[in-house]
Structure formats: C-alpha cells, structure tokens
Design a protein. Structure first.
Length: 391
C-alpha cells in the first residue's frame, strides 16, 4: 500500500510530463496594466481587473477609510455579529445595480455558487449545466444531491432535449455562466430564459465576467439580455473581477435571499468579509456610474484588438467580451507561446486542462480599461512576431 508521499509525488511528476504543472507568479506591484515580477516590468494581459479598478485611488481610499472606522477583521460570521454597515450598504447598492429586490454578500464567488446550489437543490431535483460552466458551479451541482446533467456548450436544443427527458414533476434548475470565463463568449440568455419559462424551470446565471462591463450602467449580461428576476431568478456575480475588490453576491427576490441567509452553509459558517473590503466594493460600484468611460474605452480596445488580430490571421475565438483567447490546442505549445511572450515583456496566461477540455489549450488574453491603444498595439505586434516562430 503506497503512502501519501509516493502518491502525491507520482501525480506531480505526471503533471510535469504532461505540461500541466502550474507555477505562481509573485507580483511586486499593484494589479494594473504594468506589473512588476522578479524586478522586471511586464505589460499585463492576464488579469480580470477589466475596468482597472483594483488600484483605483477612490477604491483604495475607501478601503483605508473603512479600515480606520471599522478595523480590519469582521470578527464573526454575518449571523453572529460580523455584519456591519458597509456590508448592508454594499448589498443595497448591488440590489439597485442589478434591479433586484435584494442582494447577499458572500466571501468568494466559489462560496456563493456552491452555497446557493446546495441550498436550492435537493435529491430528486434536476440541475442542468453548460459543460463549460465554472468549476464552482459544477462542484456545487455535484454536491447538491440533485441529478446532474451537462448540456453541450450554448446549445439550447440539447438542453431542451435533456429537460424533456427529465421527470416532468421534478424541480429543475438551469445554470450557466453569463460570459464564459475561458472562452469569452456569452450565453444565449434570452433563449435560455424562454425555455426555462416553458418548462417551469429556474435559470441561474453566474455573471462573474459580465458584471460591471456589460449592460446598462454595468449591470451585467442578465440586464443586457433584458431579463428580470422572474425570468432569471438567481443572479450571482463577483466583486473580484471588474469591480476590483474581493467577494461575491447573489441577487434575487426576498424569498431566495432569506433562504440563503437561513440555509447556505457557506454563508452561515464563515467569517464575514472585512467591512473595509465592503466599503471599497461600494466605491467601485459607484465608479460604474461616475466613470462610464471605462466601459466605453474597454469596448473600443476589444474592437481594436480583434480587428488587429484578424488582420494578422491569429486564431481568435468567438468572443466580444474582454476575454480574447487565442486557441492553440496543444498544452506544450501554449506554454511555449506564453513563455516567448513573457521573454518579450508580456504576461499572457496559458490555460490548459483541466481548466479547459484536452486539446483546446489557449492563450487567455484579457483587456482592461486601464490599457492604452498603444499597449494593445504593442501586444498585437509581439503576437505577430511570436506567432511567426511558434504557430
Ligand atoms: C472567478 C469566478 C468565480 C469564483 O469567484 P471568486 O470570487 O474568485 O471565488 C465563479 N464563477 C466564475 C464564472 C468565475 O470566473
């Protein structure tokens, strides 16, 4: 019987052989279009700080002021005595942003998704998930006790077949990413909502990559699709991407939110996020309204990048979001491409299995409102050089 040392060692060795070993960078600067790693400055095209708010002076000032007033640790879970004024104010602002009666903060998106799915679902229910959904949605669905079915990516017809094949009297939940995190494409939310209404199913949307960026006022992809809380009853989004902070929330009707407060173990049995982080989140939400130019500039950069990449014949994917992956295929080649870009002073992540299906490794380029036209042009020019050698 081999011990843990042998087993763990064998797994890591296999990962190295498969070009799937992952290593962390250590940033020596704040998040932004230029970051410092090992004493060298890089142009950064791999963060999810889509609006450039992670180091925004007003967000930093709100964090500082929040810490001075409320201290650092929240000291307890929300239900004991860790819930404070900044949490309440941020929840109200997020409910208003998403046009829903209420919102509930979680400490992370992972916790929000697993907590929501395990609270909503029980054995005998049916949960239908797009096969490219985020890992936290898949994990929550698998742990929920419901019958778990995956449908082909963005394929409403496949979903319909699976719904029709399910027991008609079972409770049904359809779960999708609003914007898919590794592909950058958007879910056909209006069609999904119509199908759900037809079959009396609920729709849950994870808008981690749409909130702040898409829709009127940055309200996200659900608003952009024109859906209200009757059509998409469960809306989850994170504060750690376009909003530049940390944590996540679920927005919906009173009944949903109260059920999560009373029942979600990931909400109940965890320390509340630091109140100062909630204060920073509130500042970020306000910037969505006062600095709308960030969304517009980002859209313009997306168009600029796609036009340039298309002219160069680069393997663009079908995305109009800030996530602009280049499909490479082989994990080793994606790694080599990313390493060559790094050598040239550009950080672009190589995304490999198991994050994406085998044979679809890619460079995940992300654009942010903090990038300039010139920086995007510099990326295109280095991509052209490296593609000449690598592709
Ligand atoms: C990042 C992400 C999450 C997890 O959010 P965290 O706050 O980072 O835990 C969930 N869903 C999607 C689609 C994500 O991209």
């Amino acid at each position: 019987m081999p011990g843990f040392n042998e087993r763990l060692g064998a797994v890591l060795a296999q990962r190295r052989r498969d070009d799937l070993y992952r290593q962390r960078l250590t940033l020596e600067s704040s998040q932004g279009p230029r970051v410092r790693v090992d004493g060298r400055e890089y142009l950064n095209f791999c963060s999810n700080d889509y609006l450039g708010l992670a180091a925004h002076p007003q967000v930093v000032a709100a964090l500082r002021a929040g810490a001075e007033r409320y201290g650092v640790g929240s000291g307890a879970s929300h239900l004991v005595c860790g819930h404070s004024t900044p949490h309440r104010e941020l929840e109200e602002a997020l409910a208003e942003l998403t046009g829903r009666p209420r919102a509930l903060l979680f400490s992370s998106g992972y916790a929000a998704n697993t907590g929501t799915l395990t609270t909503l679902l029980q054995s005998g229910d049916q949960v239908f998930q797009d096969r490219l959904n985020h890992a936290s949605l898949l994990d929550g669905g698998l742990h929920s006790g419901a019958r778990f079915r995956r449908f082909a990516h963005n394929n409403v017809t496949d979903l319909e077949h699976k719904i029709i094949a399910a027991p008609p009297d079972s409770a049904k939940l359809v779960v999708v990413d609003g914007v898919f995190s590794m592909d950058g494409d958007t879910a056909p939310l209006a069609d999904l909502a119509a199908l759900c209404q037809q079959h009396n199913a609920w729709l849950m949307v994870d808008d981690a990559h749409g909130i702040g960026v898409m829709g009127e006022g940055g309200a996200g992809s659900v608003t952009a699709a024109g859906l209200d809380s009757a059509q998409a009853p469960v809306l989850m989004a994170t504060l750690g991407k376009a909003l530049g902070c940390a944590g996540a929330f679920v927005a919906g009707d009173e009944l949903l939110i109260e059920s999560l407060i009373q029942g979600a173990r990931n909400y109940i049995y965890t320390t509340a996020m630091p109140p100062a982080v909630a204060a920073a989140g509130l500042a970020a939400v306000r910037l969505l309204a006062t600095e709308a130019w960030r969304r517009e500039h980002l859209q313009q950069l997306i168009g600029r990048f796609r036009a340039g990449a298309e002219a160069l014949g680069l393997p663009l994917m079908d995305s109009d979001s800030a996530i602009q992956p280049l499909q490479i295929g082989d994990a080793g080649r994606a790694m080599a491409f990313s390493a060559a870009l790094r050598q040239a002073g550009f950080l672009v992540g190589a995304i490999r299995p198991p994050t994406v299906p085998a044979g679809t490794s890619r460079l995940r380029i992300t654009l942010t409102a903090a990038h300039t036209d010139a920086e995007v042009d510099a990326l295109l020019s280095v991509l052209a050089d490296v593609a000449g050698e690598q592709l």
